[in-house]
Unconditional design. Structure first.
Length: 240
């Protein structure tokens, strides 16, 4: 997807990111991992509307930076989160000159054609830990509509990380059974699901439904699900 697509997309996606159960639980799991590391600096690659960084700042006043392809959403973020730095960046083409103890890359790699270049740039900015979330399993119609070009397995992601001087510390295939059932269900009528839940702000009733589903998602297992959550550590000096 091009920058213009993301500019247009973020005019519609904030409701989904703020209220949909899957993004809510991804943020919860990411915050738990980051808290266990207790870093001084965090970078969120593909930060979108800044919801994750805002949540991290509430947990602890850590130094936070966000990068994204959409200048439109970054402009809104700068007014909403004045204590966070935001930069325009295409991770498949470049890296920031700064480095960070924890680099988060959540729901980004599945959108990128040149994933090797993206990992190379992520690694350049990472001095300690890389925290990745990506989907696994089939690329559903909704995934294709949202710009997914691939999904991952433990083997494919592990090989990719190892080739860039990182080792896996923890790995979850989160989401079974409720998140898995949810993904299959919303893809029975993908166009209707996208129009209702990914193209506008949520109504009161839709927010209520999302809260109920969120509650069920707390019961999901960390194995056999369709959501990968992976924490890796730098083990080799980056010479590039």
């Amino acid at each position: 997807m091009k920058q213009a697509d993301y500019d247009q997309g973020w005019s519609r996606w904030s409701g989904m990111v703020d209220h949909s159960p899957a993004p809510f639980h991804r943020r919860r799991m990411i915050c738990n991992v980051v808290q266990s590391i207790a870093p001084n600096s965090v970078l969120d690659v593909g930060c979108g509307n800044g919801a994750l960084l805002g949540q991290l700042r509430k947990k602890k006043p850590v130094s936070c930076t966000g990068v994204d392809l959409s200048e439109a959403v970054l402009a809104l973020n700068r007014s909403r989160f004045p204590h966070v730095q935001f930069h325009l960046l295409d991770i498949s083409k470049a890296a920031l000159e700064s480095t960070f103890e924890v680099v988060i890359c959540s729901e980004v790699l599945e959108h990128i054609d040149d994933v090797q270049s993206a990992l190379r740039n992520l690694r350049k900015m990472c001095t300690g830990y890389l925290l990745i979330t990506v989907p696994r399993g089939p690329v559903f119609p909704i995934d294709k509509a949202m710009g997914h070009v691939r999904h991952f397995t433990k083997e494919s992601l592990g090989s990719l990380l190892k080739s860039h001087g990182l080792e896996i510390l923890s790995f979850w295939e989160w989401g079974f059974p409720f998140h898995t059932a949810y993904k299959y269900f919303i893809n029975l009528r993908p166009n209707e699901s996208l129009q209702r839940f990914a193209a506008r702000e949520y109504s009161f009733f839709e927010r209520l439904i999302s809260k109920v589903v969120r509650g069920l998602f707390y019961l999901n297992l960390s194995s056999n699900g369709l959501q990968i959550v992976c924490l890796a550590r730098v083990i080799a000096t980056n010479t590039e």
